[in-house]
Write a protein that binds this ligand. Structure first.
Ligand code: FAD
Length: 467
C-alpha cells in the first residue's frame, strides 16, 4: 500500500537531535512528520547509547563502591550477578524514556512514520516501512540520521565474540577475559561495566593516552585511579591482527611494550569511533552535499547547501554528543519557524562516565598552546577537600584555565561526580566569568564543587585554609 503525506517539516531520524527538532518545530506551530526506521523513538542515545550505558554504570559503581568500603569498616559479601534481571532493569529504563517520547509526540500532534527514509528530490522523501511505502512532500527537511559504530577492515566482525557498543549493552555473557579495542569514552565506560561484573578487562589504545582529547594531567590522575580496574592498559599500542579461533579471539599487538605473543580473549569490544550515516540517504537526489566520510556540512544555522534542508547531530560532525544534537535541533527548528537564531556555543561539555568520571569543557592546556593563547593553569587536588576525603574520593583533581585577562577558558575534573560538577564550569565560561567571580561565589561546604571555587582562589593567590 502506498501513501502520500504533505507537511511543512519532515525530520529524518528520531534520536535526540530528531525528536528535539520535531518537538520544537511543533511547539512553534509547524506541521511536523518524524521518520524513524525503528519502532521506538530516541535513537542511539536512548536505545543503545547514553541511557542504557548509564543504567549499567550505575550498577557497576555500586559494586565497586561496596568493594572499597571494607577498609572503612563496612563489609559486603561477593555480589551475586543476575544478568537477566540486570538486562530487564536496563530495558525498563529504556522503555520508560522511549515510551515518554511516544506520548510527547502524540501530545504535540507530531506524526511518526516508521520506516527507512531516502530523499527522492529537494522537496520529497520516500519511506519504506513494514506497512508499505509513504511519500512525504515537504517544505523543509531536517536530517538527523545519526551515526553507527566504525568497523575495522582487519577485524572479523561477523564473529559473535566481536562486539560493538550495541552488542556489549546486550549483556549476553560476562567473558572471563575481554579486550576493549579503543581507549575512548564509549570503550572505557563499557570496560568499567564488564570489569565490575567480573570480567578481566584489557584496554588497547593506539595514541599516547586514554581519552585522547582530554587534558594530560587529568588523564594521568585517571590512570592512577583506575589501577586494578583493568588488567593491561596498553597505550601507544596497536591491535594489529585478530584471529577468531574455536577457543577464543587471538589478538596480536604491535608497540614497544606490547605483549610478544597473541593474547586470547573471550570477547573483543571494538570501540574506535562512530561513522556518520550521511551516505545512506540518497541526499544527492535532494542536491545535499555529503563528504566522503559521510558528514553533511552545515552553516551556523544548521542549513545545508540546499536552502530548505537542514542537518543536525552526529551527522554534521564532532563532538558526537546528545546534548550538542539537542541544541542544534532547537536552532534548526527555530530558523525554519522564522527566528534568527544561530548555533554558536562557547563550550560543549564532554564527560566520560567511567569510575572515576572524567569531565572537561572549553580549551585544554594542549589546545591553548596550539592556539597560542596565553594562559594560567591551576589545579586543586581533592586530597585538600574535606568532602572528598570523607567520601574516599581524595584522588580526584580539578583543573581550571584562565586567559591573560583572568577569564576562565577551560576546566576539567577527574573524580566522583566530576560530570555533575562540570555544569558550573560550563556556565562560568558561557557567562564570561573571571577568576574573581568564581572565587567570590560562596560554595557550600563540604562539597566537591568547592574544588572549583578553591582552584579559582589558587589562581587569585588568595587560597583559604578550609580543608
Ligand atoms: P542518533 O541518536 O544516531 O539517531 C539517529 C536516528 O535516525 C536513529 O534512530 C536511526 O534509526 C534513524 N535513522 C537513520 N537513518 C534513517 C533513515 N534513513 N530512515 C529512518 N530513520 C533513520 N552522548 C552523550 O551526549 N552522552 C553520553 O553519555 C553518551 N553515551 C553514549 C554511549 C554509547 C554506547 C553510544 C554508542 C553513544 C553515546 N553517546 C553519548 C552519543 C549519542 O548517543 C549520540 O551523540 C546521539 O545519539 C546523536 O544523536 P542524533 O540525533 O544525531 O542521532
Amino acid at each position: 500500500m502506498s501513501k502520500e503525506i504533505k507537511t511543512q517539516v519532515v525530520v529524518l531520524g528520531a534520536g535526540p537531535g530528531g525528536y528535539s527538532a520535531a518537538f520544537r518545530a511543533a511547539d512553534l506551530g509547524l506541521d511536523v512528520v518524524l521518520v524513524e526506521r525503528y519502532s521506538t523513538l530516541g535513537g542511539v542515545c536512548l536505545n543503545v547509547g547514553c541511557i542504557p550505558s548509564k543504567a549499567l554504570l550505575h550498577l557497576a559503581k555500586h559494586i565497586e563502591d561496596a568493594k572499597h568500603m571494607a577498609a572503612e569498616g563496612v563489609e559486603f559479601g561477593e555480589p551475586k550477578i543476575d544478568l537477566d534481571k540486570i538486562r530487564k532493569h536496563k530495558d525498563k529504563v529504556i522503555g520508560q524514556l522511549t515510551g515518554g517520547l511516544g506520548q510527547m509526540s502524540k501530545m504535540r500532534k507530531v506524526q511518526v512514520v516508521n520506516g527507512y527514509g531516502k530523499f527522492t528530490g529537494q522537496n520529497s522523501l520516500k519511506v519504506e516501512g513494514d506497512d508499505g511505502e509513504t511519500t512525504i512532500n515537504f517544505e523543509h527537511a531536517i536530517i538527523a540520521a545519526g551515526s553507527q559504530p566504525i568497523k575495522l577492515p582487519f577485524v572479523p566482525h561477523d564473529d559473535e565474540r566481536i562486539w560493538d557498543s550495541t552488542d556489549a549493552l546486550e549483556l549476553k555473557e560476562i567473558p572471563e577475559r575481554m579486550l576493549v579495542l579503543g581507549g575512548g569514552i564509549i570503550g572505557l565506560e563499557m570496560g568499567c561495566v564488564y570489569s565490575a561484573l567480573g570480567s578481566t578487562v584489557d584496554v588497547v589504545e593506539m595514541t599516547e593516552q586514554l581519552i585522547p582529547p582530554a587534558d594530560k594531567d587529568i588523564i594521568k590522575s585517571f590512570m592512577k585511579q583506575i589501577k586494578g580496574k583493568f588488567d593491561q592498559v596498553m597505550v601507544n599500542t596497536k591491535a594489529a591482527k585478530l584471529e577468531a579461533k574455536k577457543d577464543g579471539i587471538y589478538v596480536t599487538f604491535e608497540g614497544k611494550d606490547a605483549p610478544k605473543e597473541p593474547v586470547k580473549y573471550g570477547a573483543v569490544l571494538v570501540a574506535v569511533g562512530r561513522a556518520p550515516n550521511g551516505g545512506k540517504l540518497d541526499a544527492d537526489k535532494a542536491g545535499v552535499k555529503v563528504t566522503e566520510r559521510g558528514f553533511i556540512e552545515v552553516d551556523k544555522q544548521l542549513r545545508t547547501n540546499v536552502d530548505n534542508i537542514f542537518a543536525i547531530g552526529d551527522i554534521v560532525g564532532q563532538p558526537m554528543l546528545a546534548h550538542k544534537a539537542v541544541h542544534e535541533a532547537h536552532v534548526a527548528a527555530e530558523v525554519i519557524a522564522g527566528k534568527k537564531h544561530f548555533f554558536e556555543p562557547k563550550v560543549i561539555p564532554s564527560i566520560a562516565y567511567t569510575d572515576p568520571e572524567v569531565a572537561w569543557a572549553g580549551v585544554t592546556e594542549k589546545e591553548a598552546k596550539e592556539q597560542g593563547i596565553e594562559y594560567d593553569a591551576v589545579t586543586f587536588p581533592w586530597s585538600a577537600s574535606g568532602r572528598a576525603i570523607a567520601s574516599n574520593a581524595q584522588q580526584g583533581m580539578t583543573k581550571l584555565l584562565f586567559d591573560k585577562s583572568n577569564r576562565i577558558i577551560g576546566g576539567a575534573m577527574v573524580g566522583t561526580n566530576a560530570g555533575e560538577l562540570l555544569g558550573e564550569v560550563c556556565l562560568a565560561i558561557e557567562m564570561g566569568c573571571d577568576a574573581e567571580d568564581i572565587a567570590l561565589t560562596i560554595h557550600a561546604h563540604p562539597t566537591l564543587h568547592e574544588s572549583i571555587g578553591l582552584a579559582a582562589e589558587v589562581h587569585e593567590g588568595s587560597i583559604t585554609d578550609m580543608p
